[in-house]
Design a binder for this molecule. Structure first.
Ligand code: KMH
Ligand code: ZN
Length: 272
């Protein structure tokens, strides 16, 4: 099996410090969280950024200052993956705009869906515009798949010639309104991927750890972090992103799956 790529989803767009005191919000806090996450075994930082008030932002200046803080704090630079998902309700033109900073990777959401009580909008017209921006700025997409139909949407974009291999797919399972986080769902999704795909799983809430363990045994990759789950165990908040990552690193090593360094992850994902 290839080495395990761990992505740290350190901040997200839907949470705040009232819900999760350990959530990194400022660029400096994100720098420290990224450093600790990389030291704990993460090779990719999935990055959402905030404005000076702590609200979700897609502004280039806010991405740039977080990138600077992460680069400064980390001895070994992780792969920084921008979120083009942003917060629910953010306009697609603002979500696309951040790609102008040419991050190595960025997320690419593959469909419209219920997202809790909200609707997360990703129309085909918007996805085509997003695909064009990824090509223009030569950014490698990570395809976010929340439900089975999103794989069909990816196949449609491939057929239209808008995206090219390799396809790195992230199953985000357990969002209320999309596919739940049962293992049978994960197996079904993996079987339906286009060939030339690599994949990982991000289990939301209580699905985080069980899905991560199944994925690492199945040869997939893993995303964990406070964006996806704020609890270390039932009723006990996580103290940091690194705490969640360390658990996966420990389990992976126990079952003989080695952890990829950022440089090894670059090779595995064809980023170099
Ligand atoms: N905040 C969610 C609505 C992504 O980063 O691309 C979307 C999200 C996905 O977090
Ligand atoms: Zn995200």
């Amino acid at each position: 099996m290839d080495k395990l790529i761990i992505t740290a989803a350190i901040t997200g767009a839907e949470l705040n410090k009232t819900l999760c005191p350990a959530l990194p919000i400022t660029a400096e806090e994100q720098g420290l969280a990224a450093k600790e996450s990389v030291e704990a075994g993460a090779s990719i930082i999935h990055l959402h950024v905030r404005d000076d008030q702590g609200n979700p932002s897609q502004k280039l200046e806010h991405f740039q200052r977080s990138v600077n803080a992460i680069t400064k704090a980390c001895q070994t630079s992780p792969i920084i993956q921008f979120s083009t998902g942003g917060a629910v309700g953010e306009k697609m033109e603002n979500r696309i705009a951040s790609l102008a900073l040419k991050p190595q990777m960025a997320s690419f959401n593959l469909g419209t869906m219920n997202f809790g009580e909200d609707i997360f909008v990703n129309t085909f017209e918007e996805m085509r515009a997003l695909a064009a921006a990824f090509k223009k700025y030569k950014v490698i997409p990570e395809f976010e798949i929340y439900d089975a139909g999103h794989i069909d949407n990816l196949k449609k974009l491939i057929k239209e010639g808008l995206v090219e291999p390799p396809y790195h797919c992230q199953f985000v399972l357990g969002v209320p309104g999309a596919l739940s986080g049962e293992v049978s769902g994960l197996v079904f999704l993996v079987e339906r991927l286009p060939k030339d795909s690599t994949w990982g799983v991000a289990g939301i809430g209580r699905f985080e750890t069980p899905l991560a363990v199944h994925a690492l045994l199945m040869g997939g990759n893993v995303r964990v972090g406070l964006e996806d789950n704020i609890y270390y165990e039932k009723g006990k908040l996580a103290s940091s992103n690194a705490q969640l990552i360390s658990r996966i690193t420990r389990i992976a090593k126990e079952v003989g799956r080695d952890i990829a360094s950022p440089q090894e992850a670059q090779k595995l994902l064809n980023l170099t």
